[in-house]
Structures are given as structure tokens and as C-alpha cells.
Design a protein around this ligand. Structure first.
Ligand code: SP5
Ligand code: ZN
Length: 348
């Protein structure tokens, strides 16, 4: 099985994130996450590493607005040029918004300082000098995996960071900048029906945003109840799509402490939506932050649970692109990820 991976992710390594209470803490999405997973994969006999290819800007712009992508590409350098706005004592390594648009947004600012808030949904998407290069390479990793499916592979694993499922058409958030899974799904959907199954701990609000008003891609999202957990304002069970997209989005929510049995019962409901749709391709947004020991999550899925989750999704027997999203317990991230990905490697 091919694992698409590039070292370029190291260019994105923000020095901190803002925790609840406003204190700075090390960013959970750090390069070390990839080291854990790569290390575990190198111990298997089935993982064959390949580098992402270059797909140009077209498949990115099929998902994200041009003005947003332009901001991601140029924002950091423009911000550094806005020397007067930086003021004394502002850390020059991190561009981070401090002012976000209200529900009825008015003007769009011209400065990168202002745009950093305009194009963000939270404080969890700092932009550094290497962020765009890393995010673009991450999207290309997902596209390379999608191309492998089109070339006849039954499964592929895009081992990428930064993750993508919180990034919407024109906003970043939750460590995400470009929505890798959505970009791959959009790329695949000209070749057949596509479903996205998102099993990251957090609701994939970006993926929901991108496909919400269209039937082209079925999206099924299993996550912690947003009434209790980030992202708080998206991922509720009654959000089912709008217009032509009505009925093509499903949110399944989980209570705190959900164990393997409860998790698998909800997963089965999600899998039935996918079976009924009979997609030609499946994109699995995989987050290992459903693990019992995750420092951000509050579910109780065990390593054995990951194994069974992988088995049940692989049993759909649909060509599947697995795209890495979250997962922050670096002691178990490698083993838990291998459990899920391996189910596909041995199935085919
Ligand atoms: C891709 C992904 O998993 N993004 C997650 C972004 C989460 N951002 C908000 C984190 C809030 C963390 N609260 C931690 C509480 C620890 N006790
Ligand atoms: Zn997550």
C-alpha cells in the first residue's frame, strides 16, 4: 500500500497555540506527530512511501476561494512588510488574527494583519513563513493519493500535516488551512460518486461547509457533540445539507467517554449511509484523537477499537483514500494509525 508522505510539513511548526484561559502552550499539531506515524509504518512490510506530485493550483481553487488562497500564499510576507502595524514586542514568527468577522460581516480589510482574522475561525491557525508551502504540499499529498485510486489502487494513505477538515471554502481554523480531504474528494468526483467519512474526534466543519449545498459528495461525520467540544458551532445532528445538498450530509455525535462498543455502534450507522449511496470512491478523514489517551479528546476508544474501526470501514470494499487529520497522543499515535491503515493494506 502506498503511503504518500513529504518532509515539507516541517516548514510549518508554529511555536505555540493559545489554550483555554489564554495561555500559550506548545502547538498540538507538531512535526513530531508525523515522526511517530512514519516510525510505526517503517516497521510494517506493506507500507511503501512515495512523494506527493505537483497538481498546480486548479484543484485547490476547485474547493477554496481565490482570495483566500492568495492570502495564505502571500499573507505572511505582506504582514512582515506592514512593519508599522507590528509594533514593538510582537513576535514576528507568527501571523495570528485578533479580530474575527461577526455573523453579518461588513468590510474586507486590506492589511494582512486584518485579513488574518477575516480568513480564520479561531486562534488555532497561526501562519508562519513556511505555512503555505506545507499546506500546499499536504493538499498535494491527498491529490497524489486520489490519483493512485484513479490508477487502480484499492487504497492509499495520505500521511499529511497540516490537517484539513476544519478549513472551509474561505477560512482556516483548528490547525487546518487547505481542506486536503475535500480537495481530493472534489478531484475524484468527476470520475464517479464520492463519499467522505470523517472520523476525527472533532466535527469536520470545513468539509461540511464545502459540500453543504451540493449533492456531488456525500459527507458523513462522526464526532464529539459540538455542544461540548470544538468547533462548537457546527456538527449538530440536525445539520443535513441545504438546497440540492439536502440529505447529503450526516452528523453523528458522541457523548464524553464513549467506549469502543458505543463508538462502533454509531460508526455502523454512518457506514450504512455510505453503503446505501454506493459511491465509487471513499475518502476517509482519519483522526486518531478519538483515542482514550488523547490530550485534546474525551472519548475512550482503545487501540483494539481502532483495529475494529479499520476492519469495518475496509469491509465496505470501496476504493479508499485515507487522509490524516488529527491525533495528538504521540505515545500511541503510530500504533493507532497503523491499526486503521493496516486493515486496508491486508484487505486488498
Ligand atoms: C485537526 C484537529 O484535530 N484540530 C483540532 C483543533 C482543536 N482546537 C481546539 C483545541 C481545544 C483544546 N482543548 C484542550 C483541553 C485539554 N484539556
Ligand atoms: Zn481533531
Amino acid at each position: 500500500m502506498y503511503v504518500v508522505y513529504s518532509e515539507v510539513h516541517r516548514m510549518h511548526h508554529p511555536p505555540f497555540e493559545i489554550a483555554e484561559g489564554g495561555t500559550k502552550q506548545p502547538m498540538f499539531d507538531a512535526p513530531q506527530r508525523m515522526d511517530c506515524i512514519v516510525g510505526a509504518l517503517r516497521h510494517t512490510e506493506w507500507a511503501h512511501f512515495v512523494e506527493p506530485g505537483d497538481f498546480g493550483v486548479e484543484p485547490i481553487l476547485a474547493v477554496h476561494s481565490a482570495d483566500y488562497v492568495d492570502f495564505l500564499r502571500t499573507g505572511y510576507v505582506r504582514w512582515r512588510e506592514e512593519a508599522a502595524a507590528l509594533g514593538a514586542g510582537i513576535d514576528p514568527t507568527v501571523l495570528l488574527g485578533v479580530s474575527w468577522p461577526p455573523r453579518r460581516a461588513l468590510g474586507r480589510p486590506k492589511t494582512a494583519t486584518g485579513l488574518a482574522g477575516y480568513y480564520a475561525m479561531d486562534t488555532c491557525c497561526p501562519i508562519t513563513a513556511g505555512t503555505y508551502a506545507a499546506a500546499l504540499t499536504s493538499a498535494y499529498g491527498a491529490l497524489t493519493g486520489a490519483q493512485l485510486l484513479l490508477d487502480g489502487e484499492k487504497s492509499a494513505f495520505a500521511l499529511v500535516r497540516p490537517p484539513g477538515h476544519h478549513a472551509g471554502r474561505d477560512f482556516a481554523g483548528g490547525y487546518c488551512y487547505l481542506n486536503n480531504a475535500s480537495i481530493a474528494a472534489r478531484f475524484l468526483c468527476t470520475h464517479g460518486k464520492v463519499a467522505v467519512l470523517d472520523i476525527d474526534f472533532h466535527a469536520g466543519n470545513g468539509t461540511q461547509d464545502i459540500f453543504y449545498n451540493e449533492p456531488a459528495v456525500l459527507t458523513v461525520d462522526l464526532h464529539a457533540d459540538p455542544d461540548r467540544q470544538y468547533p462548537y458551532f457546527s456538527g449538530y445532528a440536525d445539520e443535513c445539507g441545504v438546497g440540492a445538498g439536502l440529505g447529503f450530509h450526516h452528523n453523528l455525535t458522541l457523548p464524553a467517554g464513549a467506549n469502543d462498543a458505543l463508538y462502533l455502534a454509531e460508526l455502523d450507522k454512518g457506514l450504512q449511509f455510505i453503503r446505501d449511496a454506493e459511491p465509487a470512491y471513499l475518502v476517509l478523514s482519519f483522526g486518531a484523537d478519538i483515542f482514550a489517551g488523547d490530550p485534546i479528546g474525551d472519548l475512550s476508544v482503545t487501540t483494539g477499537g481502532f483495529e475494529e474501526i479499520g476492519r469495518r470501514i475496509a469491509a465496505l470494499d470501496i476504493p479508499t483514500l485515507i487522509v490524516m487529520e488529527g491525533g495528538y497522543n504521540t505515545d500511541h499515535l503510530g500504533a493507532n494509525t497503523v491499526m486503521v491503515v493496516q486493515a486496508f493494506a491486508v484487505a486488498h
